[in-house]
Each structure stands twice: as structure tokens, then as C-alpha cells.
Design a protein around this ligand. Structure first.
Ligand code: HDE
Length: 691
């Protein structure tokens, strides 16, 4: 029988043969594969043979491609980049990366949501993880933070309860990636210590527009230790160079439908077009005396130190400039761990931090399948001088990648006396724990200094811009409306009365329920000075710019070519990305007879995916589009989401159909580029009722 002829007639047209550009396809044993299209069969139309080792190896590997997703922070995306020191901290810490301004170290940073599974959407209302692995010359330092500077709980023993309550409910398996449900609010209502974080979670902070437009925080108080062995307390902050930018709830919900990958796509595209996301690293440095003078405990992770009380000193910058080559190998397998510190950086007794020090390594053992996950390339130290990224006497285990030579797998040894390699030894310059003095009875107890659960929740709410306060109050109304247990709503309102009476009243009005008595407090609630640094809207990090932002330009047959050219160039000159959106993408005939390709189709690219819109239509095209739901919605949403709308005169009927009212943000094409740099918060009361 002619086997080649048989092959050709049996899937033969899909055979792609190796050549100079394509290496030979092999099995994992390195054996060349002749046919990657057909299983081995007994006869032309016969059964498949168990003997087919090529098929079995391939399908067996495929069957095991998935690993357990992270128990929290399962959905995320990451990027490579560098950290550059701009100000030396050499008198405060021996950590090598804080010594020499101008010096860079590589980093890998992963952003994530917390509650949803790996396949959930990018934009639920949720805290974002902000985890950075610095590959320093002294080994890896991981700063595993969030985009919110406080946490829900004070003690790590409550973490499994918090996460169980927040994730999908145990019996029904929903909701996915949402806090608007009974069990979450039941837990929160019974845990007054979570009130401060709930204020942040219900604010626009949990609706970031992009990973590039959010802050990051190390949350806990850490320690720096200098050459003299002196310790300074430190809190870490990341400040986005692109400024702070969030979305509006209605917009967020629609983004989730339009593009479930909205934020990972944004990160990928920013890096791709060279608009590298960048943050400044800031530190708040303080001593015991400062700590003791504050009306809260600096070891309590439900508290911030307001920036107005203790300014954030900028010491470096991080730039993310390279997307991973492989999502699984790098982003999925990266293992961050708060206990990865280097000499000069140490922990404090924050009971949340202390609990985290155990959890990460523990969970990674099961997620990554064994003790050798530190040998996965993304997890290896990369910058340590010498031949090996790490050297010790730990041996064997699943997936051991190293082939150790010699007998020195114990220490001390004297093998060198016999001319054999003796293996690695201690170095006095290595990591030493700061010798803080500790003594006391063994107790399961919360200190008195952790008892105030409301003052900073009040501080946060009162520091916000009125527009943000309205978003926050409305978010609580929305979430509690989804809570079916009435006693939970009542308990929450009782707690909110301790935060701010006006907030509690607005929530009660929004729910059409009576306000209960305030719940008892464990400590008196104090009025702290408001902190403008906590604002996004009209706050110090809000930016009016087109840099890093996208402008949707709606065009159709007959669009004025000159007007389009001017708007497009104007957006580009201002650092923005113009996106041409049309009913058909392949070729849009313009007024001057030329044709242009659109970047996206109107029906698949609603205006929620862009920062501002320009509508440039011929009279004929406009007459058609006023009957097209997607076009009307495009404009209506841009207006409802407080975005700038630029338009030519012929497009007016579409604006009218969409209910657009004239205001400062609705402009002709000449004023558009400038107008597109911001949102129009004052429009909001006209387009929706907020609590
Ligand atoms: Fe985490 N957290 N966490 N967490 N966390 C994990 O580790 C944990 C907390 C944070 O992109 C897990 O590898 C406990 C605070 C980020 O890979 C796990 C407590 C902050 C990420 C874990 C906390 C964080 C994680 C799950 C309460 C901000 C994603 C997968 C004491 C400062 C890292 C994993 C990545 C991941 C435990 C609280 C940030 C289970 C016990 C506070 C950004 O180990």
C-alpha cells in the first residue's frame, strides 16, 4: 500500500511541512512527528489504537493544562518593566535598590480583581490587586499591594470568612465577581472594622478606568532598617503618572458587556503603542514617637495616615514597558509573597501582615504544584550577581529543574578538605530580622488601640467631592437593594449612622426605609481634618488630558474628509488615540471621494469604551443613523457618562434623538479637542437621580 498517497487523501491538505523557517515538530522525547493531523487507526476507517503514543502524549498534556486558579485575585494581567530610583534612602535603609539614584532594576507587576474567577470580567466593582516583584541585586522583594490603602479586617484569622462571604454564595454558585448580595453584606454589617474599607469599596476607587490610572498601596506599616541597625516605619504608595481616572457605575456595567477584557486589553495596547504605564513610588516615613501620637494604631490595616498629616515622599518610578511573551508561563505562574523581603526591609507586628506571611507560600504550594515553583523563570531572582540566582541545600521535590553535583547537600561540612565542593555558606551581610523587643502573655485579643472603626470611614466620606459622595451613597443603595435580608440592610444603616448622618439618611431614602438607631461603637468617633488627597474628582491627581485616552470618532458614508482629518490630527497632537467607528469597517467613502478604513464597527464598539466622542456625519448618513439603535445609544451613553461630545452641524438630529442637552461639554468640532480632556461632572444631576 502507498502510505504517502493514503496520507495525502486523509487530511493531507492541512499538512504543513518543516522548512528553513519552521523547526521540526517533535514529541516531548524529541522524536520528530510525521503526521499531526490523524490518530493511528487500524485500517482506513478503523478504530483508533491505544498504541498511538504521539496522540496520547499530546492529549495527556492538554488534559493537564489548567492549574488551580488563585483562591483570591484569580483574574489578572501583568507586565514587565523597571523600577528606577530617583532619591536615595541610604541613610534609612540598607536595601540595595534604595541606594543609588538613576539605577534601575527589572520588575514584574500583576494587576487583578479579588473576588471573581479567572474567567470573570475585568470591571466588576472590586478592589484591584497591585503586586510588584522587584528583581533586586539582593534577591526578590515583593510589594503585594492593592489600589486601596486599607483592608476590610484587622486580623488575618478573619480572611477566610471575608472571602467566603464575598465570593459566590455557597449553595447557588452566584453571583460571580459581585459584592451586591446577602452573604457579603451580612458579614460586613456584623464587622464594624470593615466600615472604612466599605467606604472605599463603594466609591469610584473600585471602578478604575485603567490599571494605569489607579494608585497602589502597600497598606501595612513596614520597617526600613539602616546600616546602624535603626528602624524607620514606612508605608508605600504608587502614584499614577496618567492621573487618577475612574468610570461611572452605569458605564462600568456596560463596559463589562462590551468588552470583558477591557482593562487587560488597555494594558496590552498602551504598552504596544509605547504609551508606557508609569507610577511614582512614594514613602511615608515615621518613627515610634509619631506613631504613638496618632489617634489610631499604625499597626491597624484599617487605617491610613492622611497625606496632609505625613506627606508622601517620592523616591522612584516604575515603568511597565514589555508585555509578557506568554500569559500562562509568566502572569499565571508568577508567585508574589509579602514575606519576600530583602535586607533593609522588614515586617511589623500588624496582625494582618503577620497572617499574610504564612498564607502566600502555603497557597502557592498547591497552586503551582510543589516546592520548586521558585525555579519557574518569572519567579527566579534575576539580578543577583554570580552564576546562580539562588544557592542553598534544599533538594529534590516535584519538578526539580536543577542537576546538583557532588555530595554537599548538608551544612556544616568539611568536604572542601577532601578537595570536593563544599556548597554555599552563610554571609553576615544577609537578611537579619530587626531585633524589636517583644514580651507579654500569650493572648487572643484585639488591642484597645484598634477599637475605633468609624472615624476614618467618616474622614474618607467627608473628604470626597460631592459628586463622589453621591456615587458612594448610590452604590450602597444599589448593593443593599440587592440584599434580600432586611435585617442586614437595617444593621448596615445603623452602622452608617456612625459614619455620617447625611450618608445614612441618603441611603435610607434611597431604600425607602426608616433609619434605625445608630449601632453602639467600641470607641468614640472623632472628626479628623478632611484629606483632599483622598478625592479622585477635582482632587490632586485628576488630570485634564487626552494623553493615554481614546476618542471615538463616529463616521459613515459621506463624512466630511477635511473635518475628519482635522479632528484626528488634533486628537493625536494632544497625545490621544483616535478610533474611527463606522457602521461598516472595510472602507468608508468620504466626501472627497477617498475611502478610509474604520478601526471598529459601531455595533461592537459602544461609546463606553472611549473617553470622548466626535460625531462627523453627512446629512444622508445622519438620517439613516437616527433610526439605528446602536448609533442613538452611542451618543446617549456618551452624554449620560458625562463625556465631551463634538459634532458637525449635520449630526445634530442624532444628538437630538439621543436627548443631548446643550452644555459646556457639547461642542462643535473646533472646540472639541480641548473639551475632550475632561468629564462634565456638573451634568450628572441632569441625567440621573443619585442618592
Ligand atoms: Fe492577599 N492573598 N491576602 N491581600 N493578595 C493572595 O496568594 C491573603 C491581602 C493580594 O497577583 C493569595 O498567590 C490573606 C491584603 C494580591 O498573584 C493568598 C490576607 C492585600 C494578591 C492571599 C490577604 C492583599 C493576593 C491568593 C489577609 C493588599 C494577588 C493567591 C491577611 C495589601 C497576587 C496567592 C498576584 C493573593 C492571602 C489580604 C493583596 C491566598 C491571608 C491586605 C495583590 O495567599
Amino acid at each position: 500500500m502507498d502510505h504517502d498517497a493514503l496520507n495525502a487523501g486523509n487530511g493531507g491538505e492541512t499538512h504543513q511541512r518543516s522548512d528553513a523557517d519552521h523547526p521540526v515538530l517533535t514529541t516531548n522525547q524529541g522524536v520528530a512527528i510525521a503526521d499531526n493531523q490523524n490518530q493511528l487507526k487500524a485500517g482506513l476507517r478503523g478504530p483508533v489504537l491505544l498504541e498511538d503514543h504521539v496522540y496520547r502524549e499530546k492529549i495527556n498534556h492538554f488534559d493537564h493544562e489548567r492549574i488551580p486558579e488563585r483562591i483570591v485575585h484569580a483574574r489578572g494581567t501583568g507586565a514587565h518593566g523597571y523600577f528606577e530610583l530617583t532619591e536615595s534612602l541610604s541613610n534609612i535603609t540598607t536595601a540595595d535598590i534604595f541606594q543609588r539614584p538613576g539605577e534601575r532594576v527589572p520588575v514584574f507587576t500583576r494587576f487583578s480583581t479579588v473576588a471573581g474567577g479567572a474567567g470573570s470580567v475585568d470591571t466588576p466593582r472590586d478592589v484591584r490587586g497591585f503586586a510588584v516583584k522587584f528583581y533586586t541585586k539582593q534577591g526578590n522583594w515583593d510589594l503585594v499591594g492593592n489600589n486601596i490603602p486599607v483592608f476590610f479586617i484587622q486580623d488575618a484569622i478573619k480572611f477566610p470568612d471575608l472571602i467566603h462571604a464575598a465570593k459566590m454564595e455557597a449553595d447557588r454558585g452566584y453571583p460571580q465577581a459581585a459584592t451586591a448580595h446577602d452573604t457579603f453584606w451580612d458579614f460586613i454589617s456584623l464587622m464594624p472594622e470593615s466600615t472604612h474599607m466599605i467606604m472605599w469599596a463603594m466609591s469610584d476607587r473600585t471602578l478604575p478606568k485603567s490599571f494605569a490610572t489607579m494608585e497602589g498601596f502597600g497598606i501595612h506599616t513596614f520597617r526600613f532598617v539602616n546600616k546602624a541597625g535603626q528602624s524607620t516605619f514606612v508605608k508605600f504608595h504608587w502614584k499614577p503618572k496618567a492621573g487618577l481616572q475612574s468610570t461611572i457605575w452605569d458605564e462600568t456595567v456596560k463596559i463589562a458587556g462590551a468588552d470583558p477584557d477591557f482593562q487587560r486589553r488597555d494594558l496590552f495596547e498602551r504598552i504596544g503603542r509605547g504609551d508606557f504605564p508609569e507610577w511614582e513610588l512614594g514613602v511615608q516615613l515615621f518613627d515610634e514617637e509619631f506613631a504613638n501620637a496618632q489617634p489610631y494604631d499604625v499597626l491597624d490595616s484599617t487605617k491610613i495616615i492622611p497625606e496632609e498629616v505625613l506627606p508622601v515622599k517620592i523616591v522612584g518610578r516604575m515603568v511597565l514597558d514589555r508585555y509578557p511573551d506568554n500569559f500562562f508561563a509568566e502572569t499565571e505562574q508568577v508567585a508574589f509573597c509579602p514575606s519576600n523581603v530583602v535586607p533593609g526591609i522588614d515586617f511589623t507586628n500588624d496582625p494582618l501582615l503577620q497572617g499574610r506571611l504564612f498564607s502566600y507560600l502555603d497557597t502557592q504550594l498547591s497552586r503551582l504544584g510543589g516546592v520548586n515553583f521558585t525555579q519557574i523563570p518569572v519567579n527566579q531572582p534575576k539580578n543577583v550577581p554570580g552564576d546562580h540566582p539562588f544557592a542553598n541545600l534544599q533538594r529534590d521535590g516535584h519538578m526539580q529543574m536543577q542537576v546538583f553535583k557532588g555530595r554537599a547537600n548538608y551544612e556544616p561540612n568539611s568536604l572542601h578538605l577532601a578537595g570536593e565542593p563544599g556548597g554555599p555558606r552563610e554571609d553576615p551581610a544577609g537578611f537579619k530580622t530587626y531585633p524589636s523587643e517583644e514580651e507579654g502573655a500569650k493572648l487572643r485579643i484585639r488591642p484597645e488601640s484598634f477599637a475605633d472603626h468609624y472615624s476614618q470611614a467618616r474622614l474618607f466620606f467627608r473628604s470626597l467631592d460631592p459628586a463622589e459622595q453621591a456615587h458612594l451613597a448610590s452604590a450602597i443603595v444599589f448593593e443593599l437593594s440587592k440584599v434580600s435580608l432586611e435585617h442586614v440592610r437595617i444593621q448596615m444603616m445603623a452602622n452608617l449612622r456612625n459614619v455620617d448622618e447625611t450618608l445614612a439618611t441618603r441611603v435610607a431614602d434611597g431604600l425607602a426605609m426608616d433609619l434605625p438607631e445608630a449601632s453602639p461603637t467600641a470607641a468614640p468617633v472623632i472628626d479628623m481634618d478632611v484629606s483632599p488627597a483622598l478625592r479622585i474628582i477635582r482632587g490632586p491627581l485628576e488630570k485634564h488630558t487626552l494623553k493615554g485616552r481614546t476618542v471615538g470618532i463616529l463616521i459613515a458614508d459621506g463624512t466630511d474628509a477635511a473635518a475628519l482629518k482635522t479632528v484626528k490630527a488634533g486628537v493625536e497632537d494632544a497625545g490621544g488615540t483616535p478610533m474611527l467607528i463606522a457602521p461598516k469597517v472595510g472602507a468608508v467613502p468620504l466626501s472627497d471621494g477617498t475611502k478610509v478604513k474604520a478601526d471598529a464597527q459601531l455595533f461592537g464598539q459602544p461609546s463606553v469604551t472611549v473617553d470622548a466622542i466626535a460625531v462627523i456625519l453627512s446629512e444622508e448618513a445622519c438620517a439613516k443613523l437616527v433610526k439605528e439603535g446602536a448609533a442613538v445609544q452611542f451618543v446617549m451613553d456618551a452624554f449620560g457618562h458625562l463625556k465631551a461630545i463634538g459634532h458637525n452641524a449635520a449630526a445634530q438630529p442624532l444628538l437630538d434623538k439621543a436627548g443631548v442637552q446643550p452644555d459646556e461639554g457639547v461642542v462643535d468640532l473646533d472646540g472639541f479637542v480641548n473639551a475632550a480632556k475632561k468629564r462634565y461632572w456638573d451634568r450628572e444631576p441632569k441625567v440621573r437621580t443619585l442618592a
